[in-house]
Write a protein that binds this ligand. Structure first.
Ligand SMILES: [Fe+2]
Ligand SMILES: [Fe+2]
Length: 219
């Protein structure tokens, strides 16, 4: 075995907890870890808010059990995406905003809101609401997610294998989600067969690629 241990020490002093080698190595490779970290907070802000908004969208697909099931898979997988990347924010020296309003405001995608106004009694004006309207919102939310995670793949490819691995796994699921809603909207709106090539997940929100290590049954 060689006496040379070139990785035993570097620019961070031994025992210095104010610096992280996991960030320094990114900087050495030309990626500003703070810039990446802030982009990740924006991206998982969108995952978290989409998880919330999809709850309402799924509820209002009443009578379409097949659509509800697919929306539920996409909803739970967005929560998995938030869970997968949240620890990375802390590894990069950051934190989630203390105020959830700040977190929602900086989300990298628009609110996936139910596309009709709420009436004064706290319910939606469902007269003008249709499965087609809702599927359009779901589809565009998935497209925003694909653009977001593609950008993060581009930033990290060949530089930050850990973030890249997370982002590419999420991206693969977002591409599947887009295909699901292309299929459903094509048939619902246009009577057109446009197959996704997939079937529903085995378990709701299975997140086959992005699921975090499960701490308990709800994670
Ligand atoms: Fe997602
Ligand atoms: Fe998605």
């Amino acid at each position: 075995m060689s006496d040379e241990k070139p990785h035993a020490a570097g620019d961070v002093d031994a025992g210095d907890t104010s610096e992280r080698v996991g960030m320094a190595v990114l900087r050495e490779r030309g990626l500003e870890p703070e810039e990446l970290r802030e982009k990740l907070i924006d991206a998982i802000g969108a995952e978290f808010t989409t998880y919330y908004y999809y709850t309402n969208l799924r509820m209002h697909l009443a009578g379409h059990e097949d659509y509800k099931e697919i929306a539920e898979d996409a909803r739970l997988e967005d929560r998995a995406h938030f869970e997968l990347v949240a620890p990375r924010v802390y590894e990069l020296g950051g934190a989630l905003p203390n105020d959830i309003r700040d977190f929602a405001d900086r989300a990298s995608c628009p609110d996936a809101a139910v596309p009709v106004p709420m009436a004064g009694d706290g319910s939606f004006d469902t007269d003008s609401l249709s499965a087609e309207n809702i599927l359009e919102v779901l589809l565009e939310a998935e497209r925003c997610a694909i653009r977001t995670w593609s950008e993060i793949c581009d930033m990290t490819h060949g530089v930050d294998p850990r973030t890249y691995d997370m982002a590419q796994r999420i991206l693969q699921e977002e591409i599947e989600h887009e295909a699901w809603f292309v299929e459903l909207l094509s048939m619902e709106r246009d009577g057109e067969i446009n197959p996704a090539g997939h079937f529903v997940r085995g378990e709701p929100g299975d997140a086959p690629l992005s699921t975090n290590r499960r701490f308990n049954d709800s994670a």
